[in-house]
Design a binder for this molecule. Structure first.
Ligand code: SF4
Length: 393
């Protein structure tokens, strides 16, 4: 087979029942008229890549957006196409508590989905209202039990801390509710105020106070303490798992491995190139709907063996320095850490002295405090890398 080997496949479904006021992903309200054409286009793009690469995914991740917002028939067509003749070890699908029935859950399991990521965010009704979520805490629990009943044995629960109006006591209760469900994996993200979102506007206009970094740090440490005491290992700044249940797909991103993204707005990184599929549902759908037969679709050759088709934006060649910076930035956020490269030795020794990293067998790992300060550590690593480049010029 010609073309790059692709072991990690991401599929972006940009529909949500309602767009949350803090979200800056490429999403839009679910529209049934667009679902079937989008799925046709995804299947066509997938077919094109099967013809132009060695596509044998070990992980498949359907995110968005809310893939479970697709109707059952569309989901079935899509999954059958993606999993034809392949059997990835991990197949994750993101689920919103309002968009999954027992029938849909059973079908997904039968189609090969073996990991669910459930967007719970909080078990506090007031916080859920502030976050613009349509579901209640009871609905989260009911959906979780429904997924267990359908046979899912690997479930992640997504949580958000730092919501305005919330407190350390609320966060403690949310963590306790989550632990009571005994999920295999928990993601705990600090609320961020991204530009062009209603939440950003509320802070910018003074309606809400600016987030307090000290309060966020306290909530972060609270999660670390509670979750690690309950047997969940922190293997990335925001991600905790019981032994053996880390997310293989996301771990591939954090290791800097190649991946292919299908769907509008999805990013791909392959063979030293990165691009994004056009973040526009109708244009993406039109591009790939006209690609039948596939041979009529125009493609460009980026490098020997790497061709690209369809409307893309932000195409860039990744040079060695960019890749190195990314490797350091992502690696220092994970329990796998980074290699102790020679030109970083003085800096790593200093970071170890102040307790932000541990060094063992030529690798540097973040400590519990280092996880909290991972962004600041990455900045220092970049400065050290830049200083070495200057010296070499
Ligand atoms: S459900 Fe998730 S992806 Fe959809 S709008 Fe809300 S935060 Fe964004």
């Amino acid at each position: 087979m010609n073309g790059p080997v692709i072991e990690h496949l991401y599929v972006h479904i940009p529909f949500c029942p309602r767009v949350c006021p803090y979200c800056n992903f490429f999403v839009q309200p679910a529209d049934r008229r667009l679902s079937a054409p989008l799925v046709d286009a995804l299947i066509t793009q997938h077919r094109w890549w099967r013809d132009h690469s060695d596509l044998r995914p070990r992980t498949l991740y359907l995110g968005g957006g809310t893939p479970s917002a697709l109707d059952t028939r569309s989901l079935e067509r899509l999954m059958r196409a993606l999993l034809e003749q392949v059997e990835p070890e991990e197949v994750t699908l993101e689920v919103n508590p309002t968009t999954v029935s027992l029938e849909k859950a059973l079908l997904l399991r039968d189609l090969g989905v073996n990991r669910i990521s459930l967007g719970a965010q909080s078990f506090q009704a007031e916080e859920l209202r502030t976050l613009g979520r349509q579901h209640t805490p009871e609905r989260i629990t009911a959906t979780y039990e429904l997924l267990r009943h359908a046979g899912f044995r690997n479930i992640n629960i997504d949580l958000i801390f730092g919501t305005p109006g919330g407190s350390e006591q609320h966060w403690a209760q949310t963590l306790q509710h989550t632990l009571a469900l005994r999920p295999e994996h928990i993601s705990a993200y600090c609320l961020t105020y991204e530009e062009d979102t209603p939440f950003f506007e509320r802070v910018a206009s003074g309606q809400w106070a600016h987030p307090d970094p000290e309060r966020e740090a306290r909530l972060f440490r609270q999660a670390q303490q509670v979750l690690t005491a309950a047997g969940y290992g922190q293997y990335e700044v925001s991600n905790y798992a019981r032994p053996g249940y880390h997310c293989r797909h996301n771990s591939a991103y954090w290791r800097g491995q190649d991946y292919l993204g299908l769907g509008p707005g999805a990013v791909s990184t392959l063979s030293g190139w990165r691009w994004k599929n056009i973040p526009h549902v109708e244009i993406y759908t039109a591009t790939w709907s006209h690609a039948s037969p596939l041979t009529t679709l125009q493609s460009v050759t980026l490098a020997p063996g790497l061709a690209l088709a369809g409307s893309v934006v932000d195409l860039e060649a990744l040079d060695a320095q960019t890749l190195r910076r990314e490797r350091l930035m992502l690696g220092i956020r994970t329990a796998e850490g980074i290699a102790c490269e020679r030109d970083l030795t003085p800096l790593l020794a200093r970071l170890a002295d102040v307790g932000l990293i541990q060094i063992d067998r030529q690798r540097a790992y973040p400590t519990l405090e280092g996880f909290l300060q991972a962004d600041a550590i990455a900045q220092e690593l970049f400065q050290a890398v830049d200083a070495c480049i200057q010296k070499d010029i």
